[in-house]
Write a protein that binds this ligand. Structure first.
Ligand code: GLN
Length: 446
C-alpha cells in the first residue's frame, strides 16, 4: 500500500508506469502475509516489484509501449514473471519503456516520455527507463528490465541505480516480447547489488520453453557477496576512455576504480580494438532480427487493426502503418533491407562476422583479467528532446554497452558518483556465467 500510494502521489511528474495493478498487488500482498504467518516466507516474499511492459502478464495489459499493443491483454505470464510470482513478489504494475525496447531515452513510448527523477528536464535513459525511474524515485524497491544493447545498464546509470544484464541464456526469454532474439536478455533493476543477486536467484534458470536458455546450474548469487577483492585483476580497455567520453564522467569512473585498487585489486590495461564496430554491426543485426520478429503484428491475430480495411493488403499496410511509431518503422525498414536477397551477404553476414571478432577479443581479454571496468555511458545524461530528432547521435550513446550484448557477456552498472547533479554509472563486465563474481565486485563498492 505504501508503494501504491507513493506511485499515485509522485508518478504524474515522472510517468514511469503504464499500468497500475492495485488489485493484484493487494491480493499478492495478502498471500505473502499468509505465507509469512505460516512460516513459509522466502527472501522475496512480499517484496513489491514492477515489470517492464515488455513482459507478458496474464490478464493484464502488455503494451510494449506501442499503439500496436495498446489493446493487448496477455493470456499468459512470461517465465520471469511466473518465477518472481512464485517467489512471493507483489506486482505493483507495468513500467513505461521505449516502444518495443527501441531507444535510449524513453522518448519513443506511445504513452509519452519518462522523466528522470533526479532532474525532470532530463531523460531517464532507455529502453527500460520506466523501471529505472521508478526504482530511483522509490516508487518500487525493484523492477525488471531487458537489455538488447544497453537497455538495463544505461537507464540504471542515468538514474543512479543498479542494473544487471546477465549472460545471454541465463534467464528465459519466454513471454518477453522479442526485439532482437540473439541479443535480448532480462535482468533485475534495483537499489543495490545484493538486491540484484536476490532477484537473479529467482529469475535465472533453464526453461524448456526457451531453446536458448541454458541448463547450467544456478548458484546462490548472494553466496559470494562477502568475498575479498584482494588480487582481483581489473581490465581497463583503452577504447572505453577515448575522446568521446565526457571528462567529468571519466573522473567519477576513475575515482571509482581507485577505490577498487584500495581494496587490493590490480589494474591491467587491455585492448578491445573492435569496439568502434559494435554500433554499426548492432544496427544491422538488431534491426534484421526485429524486422522478422515484428512481422507477427499484422492486424489479424492480436493488437491494433485499422478501421474498414478494403482488402487483406490494405489491412496489413494500414494496421502496421498506423500501429507502429517512427523509430520502430525505421528499424523494420533497415532490417528488411539488410536481409533482402543480394544484400544479405554484404550486411547481415558481414555484421555476424564482426560480432564474432568482438566476442573473440573479449575472450582474449578474459584470459588475463577477472572483470573489465569502464563507463556505462559517455555522458551523465541528456535533456528531453536533445537527441530525439537525431537517431545517429542517440545510437552512439550506447558505445560502451552494445559490444557486451554482441558477445553475450554479463554486465552491470552501479552508481559510482555524481556529475553536475546527475548520477554516473560504473560498468563492470564479467566473463560468461560469472554473475556471482560481478555481483560481489559491485557489492563491495557500496
Ligand atoms: N538503445 C539500443 C537500441 O535502441 C538498445 C536498446 C535495448 O537494449 N533494448 O536498440
Amino acid at each position: 500500500q505504501l508503494f501504491l500510494d507513493r506511485i499515485k502521489q509522485h508518478d504524474s511528474g515522472i510517468n514511469s508506469f503504464i499500468t497500475l495493478t492495485e488489485e493484484l498487488a493487494l491480493a499478492q500482498a495478502k498471500t505473502a502475509d499468509d505465507a509469512r504467518a505460516a512460516g513459509n516466507a522466502g527472501p522475496l516474499t512480499g517484496i513489491p516489484i514492477a515489470h517492464k511492459d515488455i513482459f507478458c502478464t496474464q490478464g493484464i495489459k502488455t503494451s510494449c509501449a506501442s499503439k500496436m499493443l495498446d489493446n493487448f491483454i496477455a493470456p499468459y505470464n512470461a517465465t520471469v514473471v511466473e518465477k518472481l510470482n512464485s517467489s512471493g513478489t507483489v506486482t505493483l504494475g507495468k513500467t513505461n519503456m521505449d516502444e518495443f525496447a527501441m531507444g535510449s531515452s524513453n522518448e519513443t513510448s506511445f504513452y509519452g516520455s519518462v522523466k528522470n527523477p533526479w532532474n525532470t528536464e532530463y531523460v531517464p535513459g532507455g529502453s527500460s527507463g520506466g523501471s529505472a525511474a521508478a526504482v530511483a524515485a522509490r516508487l518500487t524497491p525493484a523492477a525488471t528490465g531487458t537489455d538488447t544493447g544497453g537497455s538495463i545498464r544505461q537507464p540504471a546509470s542515468l538514474c543512479g541505480i543498479t542494473g544487471l544484464k546477465p549472460t545471454y541464456g541465463r534467464i528465459s526469454r519466454w513471454g518477453m516480447i522479442a526485439f532482437a532474439s540473439s541479443l535480448d536478455q532480462a535482468g533485475p533493476m534495483t537499489q543495490t547489488a545484493e538486491d540484484a543477486a536476490l532477484l537473479l536467484n529467482s529469475m535465472a534458470g533453464f526453461d524448456p520453453k526457451d531453446s536458448t536458455s541454458t541448463d547450467k546450474t544456478v548458484p546462490d548469487f548472494t553466496a559470494d557477496l562477502g568475498n575479498s577483492l584482494e588480487g582481483l585483476r581489473i581490465g581497463l580497455p583503452k577504447q572505453y576512455f577515448d575522446s568521446g567520453l565526457n571528462a567529468d564522467v571519466e573522473n567519477v569512473v576513475q575515482d571509482a576504480i581507485k577505490q577498487y585498487e584500495k581494496m587490493g585489486a590490480r589494474i591491467i590495461e587491455i585492448e578491445l580494438p573492435n569496439t568502434h564496430l559494435s554500433i554499426p554491426a548492432y544496427y544491422v543485426v538488431a534491426p534484421a532480427e526485429a524486422s522478422s520478429n515484428l512481422s507477427r503484428f499484422d492486424g489479424v491475430r492480436f493488437g491494433y487493426r485499422c478501421d474498414d480495411p478494403a482488402d487483406l493488403e490494405d489491412l496489413y499496410k494500414r494496421s502496421r502503418g498506423e500501429g507502429f511509431g517512427e523509430e520502430v518503422k525505421r528499424r523494420i525498414m533497415i532490417g528488411t533491407y539488410a536481409l533482402s536477397a543480394g544484400y544479405y551477404d554484404a550486411y547481415y553476414l558481414k555484421a555476424q562476422k564482426v560480432r564474432r571478432l568482438i566476442k573473440n577479443e573479449f575472450d582474449r581479454a578474459f584470459a588475463d583479467v577477472d572483470v573489465i571496468m569502464g563507463p556505462t555511458s559517455p555522458n551523465a545524461g541528456f535533456k528531453l528532446g536533445e537527441k530525439a530528432s537525431d537517431p545517429l547521435s542517440m545510437y552512439l550513446s550506447d558505445i560502451y554497452t552494445i559490444s557486451v550484448n554482441m558477445a553475450g557477456l554479463p554486465g552491470i552498472s552501479i552508481p559510482a558518483g555524481i556529475s553536475s547533479g546527475l548520477p554516473v554509472g560504473l560498468q563492470i563486465i564479467g566473463n560468461y556465467f560469472d554473475e556471482a563474481k560481478l555481483l560481489n565486485v559491485a557489492h563491495r563498492f557500496q
